[in-house]
Design a protein around this ligand. Structure first.
Ligand SMILES: [Mg+2]
Length: 223
C-alpha cells in the first residue's frame, strides 16, 4: 500500500501527540476563555465551556456554534484560542522524535493549529528542527479547517511539489481524510481506543497510535 509512495503528510494535534480526555477538557476551557474573556461572548466561562463541548458533539468543531449564534469570526477565535492553548501540558511520546526520522519518505505536517502554536508544539515534542521548513497550517491557505473541501489538499500538494497519488495522509480526525482521498492520496487514520471509522470507505488503513503507524511506514519499503 505504501511501497511506491513518496511523501507522508502528518496531522499534528492528536496524531504526533495524544490529546488525552483530560487535555481535551483543558482545551475546551481554553476555547471558552478565549470566547468569553477575549471575544466578549456574554456568558460565564463554565456555561461557554459546556456549549463548546456541545458544538464539538454536533459539528465536530467547538467554535461552530459561536460562529452561527454569537457573530464570532473563525479568524478571531483561531488567534485567541491558540494563544491560550496550554502547550506545556502536552506529554511528548517517548522515542517518537528519533523513530520518525527513520521513515523512508519525505515528511510534512498539515495542521489546523495556527503557525505560532504549531511551532511551539513542535518544539515541545522535539520535532521542530526536523519539520522546520516542512510544516504548514490551514492559515497558510487562508482557511480554518481541513474538512470543508478538497481544494486545500490540492493546494497543499502543489506547495510541497508532489502529486496526490504519491502522498500518504495521516490524521486522527477521519473527516479530514475524506477530501484527501477524493484527490487521490492514500489515507491513514490514527485511533486510540477503537477504530470507530471502520465503515468509512475513504480510509485505506488505520493504526492504533502513531508509533504503530511509524513502525509500519519504516518497514514497508523493505517488505
Ligand atoms: Mg488531529
Amino acid at each position: 500500500m505504501f511501497k511506491n509512495k513518496k511523501a507522508v503528510i502528518w496531522d499534528l494535534d492528536n496524531t504526533l501527540y495524544r490529546i488525552t480526555p483530560e487535555f481535551a477538557d483543558r482545551l475546551d476551557l481554553a476555547m471558552a476563555e478565549a470566547l468569553v474573556l477575549d471575544l466578549g461572548v456574554n456568558m460565564s466561562v463554565a456555561d461557554c465551556k459546556n456549549l463548546v463541548k456541545e458544538s464539538y458533539r454536533i459539528y465536530r468543531d467547538g467554535g461552530e456554534f459561536f460562529y452561527q449564534n454569537h457573530n464570532i469570526s473563525p479568524k478571531d477565535l483561531f488567534k485567541h484560542y491558540f494563544n491560550r492553548k496550554p502547550i506545556h501540558l502536552i506529554e511528548p511520546y517517548q522515542g517518537l522524535a528519533e523513530k520518525i526520522k527513520q521513515v523512508p519518505f519525505e515528511q510534512y505536517i498539515f495542521t489546523a493549529s495556527n503557525r505560532p502554536a504549531s511551532e511551539q508544539i513542535l518544539k515541545h515534542i522535539g520535532l521542530f528542527e526536523f519539520f522546520k521548513d516542512r510544516f504548514y497550517s490551514v492559515e497558510d491557505f487562508g482557511v480554518y479547517k481541513k474538512n470543508e473541501n478538497a481544494e486545500v489538499y490540492k493546494q497543499y500538494c502543489n506547495k510541497i511539489g508532489y502529486n496526490p497519488n504519491d502522498c500518504i495522509f495521516v490524521d486522527d480526525s477521519y473527516s479530514n481524510l475524506e477530501f484527501a482521498k477524493e484527490i487521490g492520496m492514500t489515507t491513514v487514520r490514527i485511533f486510540y481506543k477503537e477504530n470507530s471509522a471502520k465503515d468509512k470507505t475513504y480510509i485505506d488503513t488505520a493504526y492504533k497510535g502513531v508509533m504503530d503507524c511509524v513502525d509500519n511506514l519504516i518497514v514497508c519499503k523493505k517488505a
